[in-house]
Each structure stands twice: as structure tokens, then as C-alpha cells.
Write a protein that binds this ligand. Structure first.
Ligand code: FNR
Length: 186
């Protein structure tokens, strides 16, 4: 049976390069991976008082269920000021609570960062890994994916037009499939 991959993009921008990377990855997936995007733009800003509410915000319930039903989580994110965008940190916090009911626990993860800059979002990639350690998300160590010069990789229609990147992402997803296989909790 195919592994279900939830892809979380750390940018809300309509023409997001990271969303293009995420879409390309979905198109390259192997037969044993089934990708779906999990949206985070509608999640209200996390407030710990919500944990005590008899009914959680609807978007929280939807998001936590989507994370829980995935076999693996792929984060594809831009770097904002050398760290992760607030919208992504908010999603991570929402998924982690109420206390003791984290949706993330034990889900194998992988991180891709993309930027027009040369460093390819190295800062966000590792900032994100810091939270994943705490959340008990085993994050694939290799290959690392820092996609620099991301504004030059796509054609006018938003399709990935760089063969080297295509091959790299294909290998990345094959490695992720093996990582899930080795780390999935039954
Ligand atoms: C940026 N950008 C950026 N780029 C980078 O490589 N390192 C950084 O620290 C930052 N910081 C940063 C802060 C803020 C608030 C913005 C809006 C942007 C530039 C960023 O990489 C660029 O806008 C990307 O195109 C954003 O990713 P998406 O939205 O295209 O996926």
C-alpha cells in the first residue's frame, strides 16, 4: 500500500517558489508515495486557552486529522530572516497541542527549503529540525535539500525546467520512502 505523504508549505504566497517545488515533488513521486498538500493559511494564531475549549477551532481539527492520517510529513519552506516563517511555526504549534495529544509524534519527516538566494534556506531548514527533534518527528538526515537560485528553476508556466533539480528531487523522495519504511510506527 502506498505511503500517504502530507506536504506542508511554509509560504502563503500565490506564486510561491516553495509551492512550485512541492508541486514538482508530487509530480515526481514514486508509485509507493501518495502526496497531498495540507493547508495552513486558515489556522487561527495558536492560543493556549483554546486547549481548554469544549470544541476546538474547525481548522485545527481538520489540520490535526490530516497530520494524524499521514504516514510521513514533508516540509517545504522558505526562509524568513534566517528562520521559519511565522505561519509554519503556528502550524507546528497547533499540531503539537493539546498537551499529550500531539499529532506529530513518531511521524517520519523530511525538510526541503528553497530560496532565490544562494544558501537555499539553510537557516530555516535547521530551525525547523530543532522543533522536529522536540516533537519526536524523526527527520531524514540525508540527503539535505537546500534549493538555491529557486527563481531560475521554473518555466513561465511554473513547471520545473531544470533537469539536475528534477533528478535530485526524485532521489530525495526515493530516500524519503526508505526513511518512512525504516521509521514508521505500526
Ligand atoms: C525573505 N527572503 C529571505 N530569503 C533568504 O534566503 N533568507 C532569508 O532570511 C530571507 N528572509 C526573508 C524575510 C521575509 C519577511 C521575506 C518576505 C522574504 C526572501 C525569500 O526567500 C523569497 O521571498 C522567497 O521567494 C520566498 O519563498 P516563496 O514565497 O517564493 O516560497
Amino acid at each position: 500500500m502506498a505511503y500517504k505523504i502530507a506536504i506542508i508549505v511554509g509560504s502563503l504566497r500565490k506564486d510561491s517558489l516553495n509551492r512550485r517545488v512541492a508541486r514538482s515533488i508530487c509530480g515526481l513521486r514514486g508509485d509507493n508515495l501518495e502526496c497531498s498538500m495540507v493547508e495552513i493559511g486558515d489556522l487561527p494564531l495558536y492560543n493556549q486557552d483554546f486547549d481548554a475549549l469544549p470544541q476546538q477551532p474547525e481548522a485545527y481539527v481538520r489540520f490535526r486529522d490530516q497530520v494524524r492520517s499521514a504516514d510521513g510529513i514533508l516540509f517545504v519552506s522558505p526562509e524568513y530572516n534566517r528562520g521559519m516563517p511565522g505561519v509554519l511555526k503556528n502550524a507546528i504549534d497547533v499540531g503539537s497541542r493539546p498537551y499529550g495529544k500531539s499529532a506529530w509524534s513518531g511521524k517520519p519527516g523530511a525538510v526541503v527549503s528553497a530560496s532565490p538566494g544562494a544558501i537555499g534556506g539553510f537557516g530555516v531548514n535547521h530551525h525547523l529540525r530543532q522543533s522536529l527533534v522536540f516533537l519526536d518527528v524523526p527527520a531524514m538526515p540525508q540527503p539535505e535539500a537546500y534549493i538555491g537560485g529557486a527563481d531560475k528553476l521554473f518555466d513561465a508556466g511554473g513547471k520545473l525546467a531544470n533537469e539536475g533539480t528534477r533528478k535530485f528531487l526524485q532521489g530525495f523522495m526515493q530516500a524519503f520512502e526508505s526513511w518512512i519504511n525504516a521509521n514508521i510506527k505500526s
